[in-house]
Ligand binder design. Structure first.
Ligand code: MG
Ligand code: ZN
Length: 217
C-alpha cells in the first residue's frame, strides 16, 4: 500500500473508533452506568488495584471488568475471585483496547445487569492514549518503582487522563519517592487529580473510589 494511502486508512480507523467510543459513552450515560478506563505499564499494579476495588464494591454494586491482554485470562480470573464479573479480551498482539473491542463485549451482556464498568487496558503508556474506549474517566496508574522520569517521558497519556494514580507508595522511602511523579502529573495537566496508593496495603484505595464518584462503597 502506498504511504499516503496507509496514512488515510489509519486516520479513518481513529475516526471510526472515536464514533464508536462516543456511542458507548452515550449509552452508558443514558443508562446511568459508570465506565472507567484503567491504563498503565505492565507491572504498575492495575490488576491488583482492580482486585482491591472489586473486593470493596462487590457487596453493594454489580461490577463488570473487561481485561485486555495479549494472552491468558490471568487478570480476569484474579479479579473475578474478588466478586466482580469479568471478561478477558486477548488482543493476540494488539497493544491497546479499542472501542470496537469494548462494544463487542458489551453487546454480549445485558448492560442493565451491572452498575459499574471498568476496562483494564493492555499494559503500556503509549498507544492506549490514542484509542478512546468510551469511558467517562481515564485513569493512568504508574508505580514509584518505574523511575522518576516515567511521567515526563509519557506526557500524552497523562494529558488525556482525568486521574493519575501513583501506586506502590508503601515502598516510599530512601529508594523510591513519589514527589517528582506527583509534581509532574499535576504540571502536565492542570486540575488532574493525583492519588498515592498501595494496592498491596490498601492505602489510598478508598480515596480513589470516592474520586471515581462511587457513593457509599
Ligand atoms: Mg494486569
Ligand atoms: Zn497499541
Amino acid at each position: 500500500m502506498a504511504k499516503e494511502k496507509k496514512i488515510v486508512v489509519k486516520k479513518q480507523a481513529y475516526i471510526v473508533n472515536d464514533e464508536i467510543a462516543d456511542q458507548i459513552r452515550a449509552k452508558m450515560e443514558e443508562k446511568n452506568k459508570l465506565f472507567f478506563n484503567i491504563m498503565g505499564s505492565i507491572g504498575a499494579g492495575k490488576t491488583l488495584l482492580l482486585e482491591r476495588i472489586a473486593e470493596r464494591l462487590s457487596s453493594k454494586y454489580r461490577v463488570f471488568v473487561i481485561n485486555g491482554d495479549v494472552a491468558t485470562t490471568i487478570d480476569a480470573d484474579r479479579i473475578a475471585r474478588q466478586g466482580a464479573t469479568t471478561v478477558q479480551i486477548n488482543t493476540g498482539g494488539g497493544c491497546h483496547l479499542t472501542a470496537k473491542l469494548i462494544l463487542s463485549e458489551l453487546d454480549k451482556i445485558d448492560v442493565d445487569n451491572y452498575d459499574i464498568f471498568f476496562a483494564e487496558n493492555v499494559g503500556n503508556l503509549i498507544c492506549p492514549s490514542s484509542w478512546d474506549i468510551g469511558a467517562q474517566l481515564n485513569i493512568v496508574v504508574v508505580s514509584i518503582t518505574e523511575g522518576e522520569y516515567v511521567i515526563k517521558k509519557h506526557p500524552i497519556i497523562f494529558k488525556g487522563a482525568d486521574i493519575a494514580i501513583i501506586n506502590k507508595c508503601d515502598l516510599e522511602g530512601s529508594d523510591f519517592d513519589s514527589k517528582v511523579l506527583r509534581e509532574d502529573a499535576a504540571k502536565i495537566k492542570s486540575g488532574m487529580k493525583v492519588i498515592c496508593t498501595s494496592a498491596k496495603s490498601g492505602l489510598g484505595v478508598d480515596e480513589f473510589i470516592s474520586t471515581l464518584g462511587i457513593k457509599n462503597p
